[in-house]
Each structure stands twice: as structure tokens, then as C-alpha cells.
Design a protein around this ligand. Structure first.
Ligand code: FDA
Length: 304
């Protein structure tokens, strides 16, 4: 119930204006967002790399209003790849297609993604396309496939809460596409997504096994100890080496666990978001865990 309300709120422009201009909420968002400028994200990435964690940088933004915004986001991503190379960071990039104009024009969006992937490939780097809500699932996968026909420096995200994901995984594995597996962070109806957490988790394990057996390098993105234990168990039983896949977690969540997995010899990538448009991302993080919301509300009252 609370999750549904928070995910509804994440679409509200008025609330976004209030939350992002309020000093208290801005400082609370810093738990999950590295900062508003690229320099903030670079500093966070450097610290992660020093702790032997890889990074994926995300310039926050989604659902742009016009072509100029989409082109600006594209330029920002080109700049991020240049900066990663300049700073010699162990980092790639995650982006959302609605930030690059998917809802304005698929042709525009594809050409911008191609430009970014070309820049990534020129550095031997990689672009991960995040998965958004279900109205974008099919178009996202199809666009990634088209771009991937020309360059393999692109991969996509699959959400275990969607019924369609098993078929998507099989199709993407057939063409050798790298996948990040996550549970899914949006509000989806029971007609297309498992409503029960137990089923989402069971599907996560099933899809993880398909990924690990594929011989392709994938990302297992979760903070869930049981999902991670199941992954480690499956890899061990099937002779899949620790460097044949990576775990991924979000910036600011379970940092101690991230470090433990690194100490145990696993590859760990931290997803580091930055930018001014952090409101919807922040709301999704609150929606994932009631304790986060309580922390947020307590701090608001304390500040008031
Ligand atoms: P689950 O929600 O069951 O949480 C397990 C435990 O992890 C919790 O008990 C808690 O301790 C901790 N935890 C989880 N979320 C937390 C939070 N917000 N704050 C504090 N603790 C928390 N989704 C999507 O739809 N599209 C995408 O492209 C991506 N991309 C992505 C990249 C990476 C690297 C990660 C880790 C996740 C995503 N996600 C995503 C989000 C994902 O779908 C999911 O919503 C969250 O990861 C939470 O699910 P868990 O697998 O962690 O399990």
C-alpha cells in the first residue's frame, strides 16, 4: 500500500519541486545520490574504486519534455565517458531511454544511444540501459537489440517481477546480450507482474540460473542476502568462477555487505546516481523499504 502511494508520488511535479528545493530533504537524498554535479559522482566513484568496487555512473533524468533536453542528456553522457577515461576509473554508464527521448521519437532516441555507445566503444567501455516501467519494456529491449547489431558495447536490464522476463532473457541470451538482473522498482499491475514477493524472488533465482549458465558476463543486481546466497551456491555447484559475473548494488545501500563480497573475492559494481533530477529515483528508494520512509519523516519533523 505505502509502496504504491510512494510510487504514485514519484510522478508528481509539485511534490518534486518542493522536495528538491527543501534543504532537509536534499541532505537526506545524499544517502542515495552522490550529489548534483559530475564532480560529486567522480569523487564517489574514486572512493569505490579505491575500495576495489567497480562503478556504473547514472546521470539522473527521465521522461524529458523536449528534444533539446534529450540532446543535452546525450552530451552529458559523452562527457562522462571522456571523464571516466581521463580519470582512469573502473566505471561504465547506466542510462534511461526516456531521458534520451524514447517517448518523443524512437528514431531520435536510437540515434542518441548509438552516439553514446560509439563513444563508449572507442574507450573499450560499456553502456547499460536501465529498465523503466512496463509501457517502455518492449521498446527498450527492441531498441537495445537494434543498437547491439552494430556494437556489443551495450546491455540491458531485466526485471524478475515481469511474467515476460523469462522469454526476454532467452531471446537476449540467444544474441549474446549482457544482462543486469534486478527485481524491478515500478508499480505494475498483476496482469503483467507477479504481485507476490515470493514469486518475484523465485523468478529472480530462475533467471539468475539461466544467466550464469549462459557463459556470458552478466550483473546480478540485488541487496537481498537470500538472492546473493542462491547465486553464490549455484555458481559454486556449477563451477562458475567468481570473475565470470558481477554483483551490483546501489550507492548508499548495504555498503558493508558490498565490502564483504569484495573481500570474499566477488566482483562488485556500485550504481552511482548524480544530478539535479533525483526526485523519482529517491522516491523509488523510499518505496523499497518502509524504514527509509520512517527515517525521512522523522527527520522532516525534527527539522521543522
Ligand atoms: P529487496 O527489495 O527484497 O531488499 C532486500 C534487502 O535489501 C532489504 O531487506 C533491505 O535490507 C535492503 N534494501 C533494498 N532496498 C533498499 C533501500 N532502498 N534502502 C535500504 N535498504 C534496502 N530497478 C528497475 O526497475 N530498473 C532498473 O534498471 C534497476 N536498476 C538497478 C541497478 C542496481 C545496481 C540495483 C541494485 C537495483 C536496480 N533496480 C532497478 C532496483 C531493483 O529493481 C529493486 O527495486 C531494488 O534493488 C530492491 O530490491 P532488492 O533486490 O535489493 O531486494
Amino acid at each position: 500500500m505505502m509502496r504504491t502511494v510512494l510510487l504514485e508520488f514519484s510522478q508528481s511535479e509539485r511534490l518534486a519541486r518542493w522536495v528538491t528545493s527543501n534543504g532537509v530533504t536534499r541532505s537526506m537524498a545524499r544517502r542515495f545520490v552522490a550529489g548534483e554535479e559530475l564532480d560529486d559522482a567522480i569523487a564517489a566513484a574514486r572512493a569505490c574504486n579505491q575500495a576495489r568496487r567497480m562503478v556504473s555512473l547514472d546521470y539522473l533524468g527521465e521522461n524529458v519534455a523536449g528534444e533539446a533536453d534529450a540532446r543535452r542528456a546525450c552530451d552529458a553522457y559523452l562527457g562522462i565517458f571522456d571523464r571516466i577515461a581521463e580519470e582512469q576509473l573502473d566505471a561504465n554508464v547506466s542510462l534511461k531511454l526516456t531521458q534520451l527521448g524514447l517517448d518523443l521519437s524512437e528514431e531520435l532516441c536510437q540515434s542518441l544511444v548509438e552516439t553514446i555507445v560509439e563513444r563508449a566503444a572507442s574507450y573499450g567501455n560499456f553502456v547499460r540501459v536501465d529498465m523503466e516501467g512496463s509501457p517502455h519494456t518492449h521498446r527498450t529491449i527492441e531498441l537495445v537489440k537494434r543498437v547491439r547489431d552494430r556494437s556489443t558495447a551495450i546491455g540491458v536490464v531485466i526485471q524478475s517481477y515481469l511474467y515476460r522476463s523469462e522469454q526476454d532473457v532467452k531471446d537476449l541470451l540467444r544474441i549474446g546480450c549482457r544482462i543486469r538482473l534486478c527485481k524491478g522498482a515500478y508499480k505494475e499491475p498483476p496482469e503483467i507482474a507477479f504481485p507476490r514477493k515470493a514469486d518475484v524472488d523465485a523468478n529472480f533465482v530462475k533467471l539468475m540460473q539461466l544467466l550464469l549458465q549462459s557463459g556470458i558476463y552478466h550483473g546480478i543486481a540485488t541487496h537481498d542476502r537470500r538472492m546473493i546466497a542462491a547465486t553464490i551456491r549455484f555458481a559454486t555447484e556449477h563451477g562458475i568462477l567468481k570473475d565470470q559475473f558481477e554483483f551490483q548494488m546501489l550507492y548508499g545501500i548495504r555498503t558493508d555487505f558490498q565490502q564483504k563480497l569484495v573481500r570474499d573475492g566477488y566482483r562488485m559494481r556500485v550504481y552511482i546516481p548524480y544530478g539535479r533530477d533525483w526526485f523519482p529515483y529517491f522516491m523509488r528508494r523510499l518505496a523499497e523499504r518502509p524504514a527509509n520512509l520512517m527515517f525521512f519523516v522523522r527527520n522532516l519533523f525534527r527539522a521543522g
